[in-house]
Write a new protein. Structure first.
Lengths: 289, 297
């Protein structure tokens, strides 16, 4: 394998991996703080991509402005969903999961009816390329990686450096004690949902120019994110990051060298993780109760 | 008649889900073992020229055996991890069936023969299939009922109520959960074997995660507290409601999703908990307002 090919594949894996990281982080955040296993998470990603598409292609807005506005709109929608549905089910993981499955069905089919089945594409925001060790690298992909990195650092700052983040971590640790300290749990849950789904919507917005936008992209992505959770564990953000990058790399290198068999390789890898460490690489030891 | 047969298959699948739920495990992978049952039965008949009546029990055994193998790994992690893992396994099964040529690829297997005639019963009409399914359904329900009533069923119940307490009573959580997983998968395999020979063709797309989600909806809709009657009521509603409303396939999932959300929010116990809820509501109305507060959520 020569260097140029390696760089290409590595870059592709990194782009896919960063997107997985972004979406899986949102999933882990919502699961950890609001105790909702959100099956509609992928649908918020899909909605982010469609909103970006609609703003840039139909209203002809600037791409960056569109992504930001799309993210804001989708995260507001997510908070609304929390208040309208999940608020009444708080604490019941199964019912929350069932309701989010219903939500996901509605959103996916709604997008299908609203936008049609055909694939939508966005023109690249940046068309230039530059050379590195014989490989030509599109600026677009570098931009996606940088944006995702920036968002991840922003998320880390939000969680560690702000009052809101402290409140979120307090609620995750112990909801009742946090409420006793004057933290409004309803507000925190709704905000967590908004932040988590904003991560998904942002990922949808930045990925829209690279891949096509379809109504079923949400659940395809959600299933990938579930694999990330199995590999990385469901408790920690570090697990999400490592799992996301690993799966991105395996799929990128695997699909070049093995073609259709790459998924089988990925599945065997996941099976191996399940056997060796059922809680994921960075998960806590699984309690058997 | 076709609808009734689909209803029967759905009930069979949802009963497996409810069985697993009775131990506190939630699966979104029921369709995977449905697929295993259908494909193993079909391949046994097509490749080895076995009789349907021999292939069906073998398909059930293969489903149960595979469930034992997979369950031994994934039952260790209950809760959300189990939900995610069963879902991914469902996905993997569909991918493997679609990618590997031996299983017929994405086009699936076609031309499965009808069951061999059984005396005067030739399985030429749907009515005969219907009675066969009814027999299988009653058989499964009987076995499940016996299980629920036995020591095993009481152990499952205690695990669902409080796993830690069950542990202190000397109940081996892992083994009892594994048993439930195998039993549920075996019933799904039975449904799969019947489905394959009833339809004559099977393709991987039928057994997707979406089917597993629908199976879950049947059980939740009827009421999760009712292990046998819940799936019947839930599957009844979900199979016939879209037909009666004459909905286009286009918007059906939107209404189904809305129904699911509404039900979960307003009637979390399922349809069968309705009489109980009305009873509570009526008795609350007749008492003084001070006591009313106690019945609140």
């Amino acid at each position: 394998m020569d260097g140029a090919l390696f760089i290409q594949l590595f870059l592709n894996g990194l782009v896919a991996g960063m997107v997985y990281v972004l979406i899986a982080s949102g999933l882990i955040l919502v699961l950890g703080v609001a105790r909702i296993f959100n099956f509609a998470h992928g649908e918020f990603y899909m909605l982010g991509a469609y909103a970006t598409f609609a703003l840039t292609q139909i209203l002809h807005w600037n791409y960056f402005l569109s992504v930001i506005l799309a993210t804001a709109v989708v995260s507001f929608l997510a908070a609304l969903c929390y208040r309208a549905i999940f608020h009444y089910l708080r604490g019941n993981l199964l019912l929350c999961a069932a309701a989010s499955i219903g939500l996901s069905m509605m959103m996916e089919r709604g997008a299908l009816v609203g936008f049609g089945t055909q694939e939508r594409g966005l023109p690249p925001a940046f068309s230039g390329t530059f050379g590195l060790a014989g490989a030509s690298i599109p600026l677009e992909k570098v931009l996606v990686i940088l944006l995702c990195l920036a968002i991840m650092f922003g998320l880390a700052f939000l969680l560690k450096g702000t009052t809101l983040g402290r409140a979120m971590r307090a609620v995750k640790l112990d909801t009742e004690v946090a409420a006793l300290q004057g933290v409004s749990t309803t507000k925190i849950y709704a905000l967590t949902m908004a932040v988590g789904c904003a991560l998904a919507a942002f990922a949808g917005g930045v990925i829209a120019p690279l891949f096509s936008v379809t109504p079923n992209m949400g659940h395809v992505m959600l299933l990938k994110c579930f694999m990330v959770l199995i590999v990385g564990g469901m408790e920690s953000m570090v697990g999400g990051i490592v799992g996301g990058l690993l799966i991105g790399m395996i799929l990128s290198f695997g699909s070049y060298f093995l073609g259709g068999l790459s998924e089988i390789v990925l599945f065997s890898f996941i099976g191996l993780i399940l056997v060796i460490k059922p809680g994921g690489l960075f998960g806590e030891a699984v309690e058997e109760v | 008649m076709h609808l009734l047969i689909m209803l029967g298959i759905n009930i069979l699948l949802a009963m497996g889900f409810a069985l697993l739920y009775s131990t506190g495990l939630i699966t979104i992978g029921a369709a995977a073992f449905w697929a295993v049952g259908a494909y193993s039965s079909a391949l046994l008949v097509l490749e080895l020229n076995l009789s349907f009546w021999l292939a069906m029990p073998l398909a059930v055994l293969i489903s149960a055996g595979l469930a034992l193998l997979i369950g031994a790994v994934i039952v260790r992690a209950p809760g959300v991890a189990f939900v995610v893992q069963t879902m991914v396994i469902n996905m993997i099964v569909v991918q493997i069936l679609g990618q590997i040529e031996f299983f017929g690829g994405w086009g699936g297997l076609i031309g499965l023969p009808r069951p061999n005639p059984l005396g005067p019963i030739t399985f030429a009409t749907k009515t005969e299939f219907y009675y066969l399914l009814l027999f299988l359904l009653l058989l499964t329900a009987g076995v499940f009922k016996a299980l629920y009533a036995s020591r095993v069923g009481r152990a499952w119940q205690s695990i669902q109520l409080n796993p830690r307490l069950a542990l202190t009573l000397g109940i081996n959580l892992y083994r009892y959960r594994l048993l439930a997983f195998v039993a549920a998968s075996a019933s799904a395999g039975l449904a799969g074997s019947f489905y394959a020979h009833y339809f004559g063709t099977i393709e991987p797309g039928t057994f997707s995660v979406f089917k597993s989600i629908y199976i879950q909806i049947y059980a939740i809709l009827g009421g999760l507290g009712f292990y046998l009657s819940g799936p019947v009521v839930g599957a009844l509603v979900m199979t016939f409601l879209p037909e009666f409303l004459r909905l286009s396939k286009e918007i059906e999932p939107i209404l189904t999703g809305g129904l699911l959300i509404g039900l979960v929010v307003f009637l979390p116990g399922g349809f069968l908990s309705l009489p109980h809820r009305i009873q509570i509501w009526l008795s609350n109305r007749n008492t003084d307002p001070v006591e009313q507060g106690e019945a609140g959520p």
